[in-house]
Design a protein around this ligand. Sequence first.
Ligand SMILES: Cc1cc2nc3c(=O)[nH]c(=O)nc-3n(C[C@H](O)[C@H](O)[C@H](O)COP(=O)(O)O)c2cc1C
Length: 191
Amino acid sequence: MLVQIGAAGSRISTMTATVPAPLLSFLKQSGVALTLADATSEDFPLLFVNDAFCKLTGYGPESVIGQNCRFLQPPEGAGPVRERIRAYLANDANTTERFLLSNRRKDGTPFVNVLYMTKIFHGKTCVFVLGSQFDAARIDGRNDTLYDSALKDDVRQLSVIAGDTGFLMYGSIEALATSTALIAQSRGANQ
Ligand SMILES: Cc1cc2nc3c(=O)[nH]c(=O)nc-3n(C[C@H](O)[C@H](O)[C@H](O)COP(=O)(O)O)c2cc1C
């Protein structure tokens, strides 16, 4: 069930989530793949995906809104990282994290997804989770830097928009490994 934020900050269960319009406009126009999930529903259904996400994955919004984003994982599963994502989502003290995992596009082609996630709070309640997806194969020493800096800019601006509309984003993307470092770490861990 999705939620609406009441005028006094109370949560009202409805079938329609209220994502602040300025936040939505920003997500829409971003060139970085962005997804927004409802953190108040048990299975984190997607509320919004932008064009960059659709371009990366081949899925249109109509087929993914209302679904959990695990549909991108291959039938054999994404491995132990899934457990780490679950642990991240279950603990609101973990505000921001990055993961590397196997995904598939709609046409079945595999890609390694550099997944960034951060939480958006209303008061003390986590109401939305923002995700950003990036194809690790595009990492060539230039694209990854461009992506990381575009994502950082977006997160900074989103944090301001969230604040202006009564929401809060904690944690800083600067504190996390860059895409390149994350991939290097995972190569080391798999050796
Ligand atoms: C906003 C958001 C975006 C996500 N994006 C992806 C994604 O791009 N690819 C993916 O495999 N999982 C993604 N996930 C993670 C899955 O939805 C799910 O949380 C994960 O598979 C662990 O839970 P499970 O073991 O119940 O599937 C995302 C989750 C959220 C909340």
